[in-house]
Design a binder for this molecule. Structure first.
Ligand code: GDP
Length: 360
């Protein structure tokens, strides 16, 4: 899938850079254009691989939003036209989808990403997806409350929102901050493979996955999740039937970006590896298993031919059903608002329910 990437804020910029670099180093060429925007000059200085743009300089003089998402929204809004102008040359006619990437726990990305998504939706006749990083359990309360406040706005604005829990893609016991490099590397590899999977070489069999499968899987909107696992391939084909099944299971059960997302409207299974090694029987078995596990018959699938001694499985879930982590963050944001506004009454409890209903 040919994609344009826009990173908003610190996490958004770093992840965008990493993803663009992975795509180029692998020679995939799925990323056709990328830009990182931020209201903090110091954060932009560390970005070397993609172009950058400072926003809100008139208001905060390059000092950032300080974790204030209302301020972040206003800083991005004040320069939205310049951002769109800057993006024009990067969102070329061959681009099939636009990805707006941000940490939902901060200020600039959390407040600004929905502004950019909205603006792009108004101009381009292509899907605009968000990739949102959700703070881990032990991150500060401000981050969690910001994320809870951002979720509905982002999910409503984007054609689909791929969520990545900062607790998901690093070793247990490692602090989130200490693991940024690992997490960002994993996001770059996994999302990078997903984008590249639709770009597979011409002339190979009909089982090769196409970009439209990704778009169709995300068509029902809402929240998406991505799982990944890999294992060494074997010379023995019976063994590879088992390996395809094992990595597909691991991708969904232990390798997902949103650990408590298990049921979904649709799913896509991409199996990556040497074409002659990918076991058709294994792929069929894995698809049936995923269908039962996620509770949907809309399970698309395809191969991603890749020179590798390993077999990998990517499982994309479209419109997942009420992940507990998301509900908890929204509840916590409401509780924080009530604590600052006075006690929460029954009418406000109903409002939380409405907010959750609207989200799923
Ligand atoms: P902003 O610059 O105001 O948009 O704020 P940040 O992007 O720093 O957002 C804060 C949230 O993003 C917190 O949940 C951080 O843990 C997370 N975050 C910051 N930097 C990174 C990073 O490099 N990788 C990941 N995965 N998360 C990050």
């Amino acid at each position: 899938m040919k994609a344009a990437l826009i990173g908003v804020g610190q996490a958004g910029g770093k992840i965008t850079e990493r993803l663009a670099r992975f795509d180029a180093e692998m020679g995939f060429d799925a990323v056709r254009g990328a830009l990182a925007i931020n209201s903090a000059t110091s954060d932009l200085q560390s970005i070397e691989y993609v172009d950058t743009q400072l926003v809100g300089a008139d208001q905060v003089g390059g000092h950032g939003a300080g974790g204030d998402r209302d301020l972040g929204e206003s800083l991005v809004e004040s320069n939205v036209q310049q951002v769109l102008d800057e993006l024009e040359g990067r969102i070329t006619s061959d681009v099939e989808a636009i990805f707006v990437i941000a940490g939902l726990g901060g200020g600039t990305g959390s407040g600004g990403a929905p502004v950019i998504v909205d603006a792009l939706q108004g101009i381009y006749d292509k899907p605009v997806y968000a990739i949102g990083v959700v703070p881990g359990h032990n991150e500060g309360k401000l981050y969690r409350v910001n994320a809870g406040n951002a979720l509905k706005t982002v999910v409503d604005a984007a054609d689909a929102t791929l969520l990545i829990d900062n607790d998901a893609w690093h070793e247990q016991g490692e602090s989130v901050e200490g693991a940024y490099d690992t997490i960002n590397g994993n996001i770059a590899q996994r999302v990078g493979l997903l984008l590249a999977s639709g770009e597979a070489v011409e002339g190979v069999g009909a089982s090769v996955v196409d970009s439209s499968e990704v778009i169709n899987t995300l068509r029902s909107g809402g929240i998406a999740a991505l799982g990944y696992a890999s294992a060494p391939a074997s010379e023995d084909s019976a063994e590879n039937v088992r390996t395809v099944m094992t990595v597909s299971r691991q991708a969904l059960l232990t390798g997902t970006s949103l650990p408590d997302a298990t049921t979904a409207d649709s799913a896509l299974l991409v199996v990556a590896g040497e074409p002659e090694i990918i076991s058709r029987k294994g792929v069929e078995k894995a698809r049936r298993w995923i269908s039962e596990e996620v509770g949907s018959r809309r399970i698309r699938g395809g191969d991603f031919p890749l020179e590798s001694g390993r077999l990998g499985a990517l499982v994309l879930l479209g419109n997942v059903d009420r992940p507990g982590r998301v509900e908890d963050l929204i509840e916590e944001a409401w509780a924080a608002k009530q604590a600052s506004d006075g006690d929460r009454d029954d009418a406000e409890e109903d409002l939380i329910d409405d907010r959750l209903e609207g989200l799923f």
